[in-house]
Design a protein around this ligand. Structure first.
Ligand code: CA
Length: 231
């Protein structure tokens, strides 16, 4: 289940093959990495192996229902913050309420417009993975424009290599969060690429140098035995 670094990973859970393929095709065309599952049980297995950035989840599924998948994922601290968009053929208000009560972040009634679904996926990712959808991120005097791929500190533009840029956008999406070297490897280099964890230290060193090139304090913090954090 290889996926390249930095692309947002979407899990599509849909038991109807044609619908699953249309959705996957459109998401891939929009630059997402797509994982697929055809029933609730498979969805839970995929999530355990490769936590996605967002899940598009059909309500009516064989084995474990979409509602149950949603309920279980929202109960676990490791997966509770992954946005879930539920799809359902039912249109009754009561079902909509039930869907949101189980913790779904959004809800669409079939037949839905693929364009609208893409827009809603972006809305959710703007909240949880802002750099992946071209947002502008700010932290103290650092500004990262993920659409134009430019970074400024105060009035000066910084020159960052591609790896340093991805590292910085990862940090800027969640200031204060401590990332272990393994987590940074997964996010920045990709899950299936073998890179020594010391490589992370090398690129952190380069990022620090670039950030302080025109003066200013080092905003990156080394957390002993844990990893790195911004601020
Ligand atoms: Ca279904």
């Amino acid at each position: 289940m290889a996926h390249s670094a930095d692309k947002p990973v979407v899990l599509v859970v849909e038991d109807e093959p044609a619908q699953r393929e249309i959705l996957s095709y459109n998401l891939q065309a929009e630059g997402f990495e797509v994982l697929r599952a055809e029933d609730g049980e498979e969805a839970l297995m995929v999530v355990a192996e490769t936590p996605p950035d967002i899940i598009v989840l059909d309500w009516m599924l064989p084995r474990v229902s979409g509602i149950e998948v949603c309920r279980r994922l929202k109960m676990r601290p490791e997966t509770a913050s992954v946005p879930i968009i539920m799809l359902s053929a039912r249109s009754e208000e009561v079902d909509r309420v039930r869907g949101l009560e189980t913790g779904a972040d959004d809800y669409m009634i079939k037949p839905y417009s693929v364009i609208e679904l893409m827009a809603r996926v972006r809305v959710q990712l703007r909240r949880t993975r802002p750099a992946s959808v071209g947002a502008r991120l700010e932290y103290a005097d650092i500004v990262l424009d993920s659409e134009e791929h430019r970074v400024f500190r105060g009035p000066s533009e910084l020159k960052l290599g591609p790896t340093e840029f991805r590292l910085l956008s990862t940090f800027m999406e969640k200031p204060g969060r401590v990332w272990s070297r393994e987590q940074l490897l997964d996010r920045v280099w990709g899950r299936d690429i073998y890179v020594d964890t010391r490589t992370v230290d090398v690129h952190i060193g380069r990022l620090r140098k670039a950030l302080c090139m025109h003066g200013g304090d080092d905003p990156l913090r080394t957390v002993r035995g844990a990893g790195y954090a911004l601020g």
